[in-house]
Design a protein around this ligand. Structure first.
Ligand SMILES: [Zn+2]
Ligand SMILES: [Zn+2]
Length: 353
């Protein structure tokens, strides 16, 4: 295969100061290091984390200036001298975990998201809101050639994250899981992964529009927290024996649902925290947590194996991502909608526009 032509300059969305906005401008194309690949990003999903990165409201400060984005799907156009298992022309994904040391005790046990040397796309290194992005070859997601790069891009963070959370919950086929924030970008995928894994789903979110969407994706029950008179009772009542779901997946971006989940999870059940409301705390009654043997866990993205499994569910047609595509040049408008909480499903940016 002839080497693809790589331009010297490219379009990118750059955060130049904490709080934004993003600036759409031309920046130089970088050259990959020995263990890296250069990816011609075709599409990139937009994640809530990207908004936090621009606002700088998380405890760890992102780099500045910053090119955000960590759901980039594209084609390898150049590779470093040490890269053997990824070829030019391969379809790959740039995910949140851009790279890790591969040698620490976490990396050795496939817990690479916990690596203290981890490089984070669109946070500590430039991400996928540009036409040509760099990632460590060991960590790029391998995307089969027959998979649509536009449709698959949101799987690269949202899909992997919710799939991993469901694995961490330990919920088994036939059991019940409550998904809080089921109508959002993460939630709509979580509902489908859960269903594909043989779980019954109770979706929790606000409004009728989200309720329709959640049910159409396969949830057995929907609880609207804005109209429910007793959320805890309603969630428990949605399970056939009234004892509540075996697991709760917290994808919400506000604090309150994090305080409620232990009240309706079944005894012996597991609460999985995934959403990251800024400055939020978890609170649970010790008495209940002990006597009802409740497990509360965090779950953070996924490792390379989780990535390939999450992609496999997608490529078998078990997970469809509702998304809207806009040009990369319109990224700020997507952030504005996100800020107002007006997003149903997911936004994808097309880097050619
Ligand atoms: Zn993300
Ligand atoms: Zn490591």
């Amino acid at each position: 295969m002839a080497a693809p032509e790589i331009p010297k300059e490219q379009w990118a969305q750059v955060v130049e100061a904490k709080g934004g906005p993003v600036v759409y401008k031309k920046i130089p194309v970088q050259t990959p290091g020995p263990d890296e690949v250069l990816v011609n990003v075709k599409y990139s999903g937009v994640c809530h984390t990207d908004l936090h990165a621009m606002m700088g409201d998380w405890p760890i400060a992102p780099k500045l200036p910053l090119v955000g984005g960590h759901e980039g799907a594209g084609v390898v156009v150049a590779k470093g001298s040490l890269v053997d298992d990824v070829q030019i022309g391969d379809h790959v994904g740039i995910k949140w975990l851009n790279g890790s040391c591969l040698a620490c005790s976490f990396c050795m046990q496939a817990d690479e998201p916990l690596c203290s040397h981890a490089l984070l796309s669109g946070y500590t290194v430039d991400g996928s809101f540009q036409q040509y992005a760099i990632a460590k070859a060991a960590h790029v997601a391998r995307i089969p050639k027959d998979v649509d790069l536009e449709a698959v891009s949101p799987v690269l963070c949202a899909g992997i994250t919710v799939y991993k959370g469901l694995k961490e919950s330990g919920a088994r086929p036939g059991q019940w899981v409550a998904i809080v924030g089921a109508g959002g970008g993460l939630g709509s995928m979580a509902v489908q992964y859960a269903k594909a894994m043989g779980l019954h789903v109770i979706g929790i979110d606000s409004g009728e529009e989200k309720g329709e969407s959640v049910k159409s994706l396969g949830a057995t029950a929907y609880v609207d927290f804005t109209t429910s008179k007793d959320l805890v009772a309603e969630v428990k009542a949605a399970t056939p024996d009234g004892l509540g779901p075996h697991a709760v997946l917290l994808l919400a971006v506000s604090e309150k649902p994090f305080q409620q989940a232990t009240e309706y999870v079944r005894s012996r059940g597991t609460v999985i925290c995934i959403g990251l409301p800024a400055n939020a705390y978890l609170k649970a009654p010790v008495f209940d947590t002990v006597l009802r043997m409740i497990t509360i866990k965090g779950s953070y993205v996924g490792n390379r194996q989780d990535t390939q499994e999450a992609l496999d569910f997608f490529s078998r047609g078990l997970v469809k991502v509702p998304y809207k595509t806009v040009g990369l040049s319109k990224l700020q408008e997507v952030y504005d909608l996100m800020h107002q909480g007006k997003i149903v499903g997911r936004y994808v940016v097309d880097t050619s526009k």
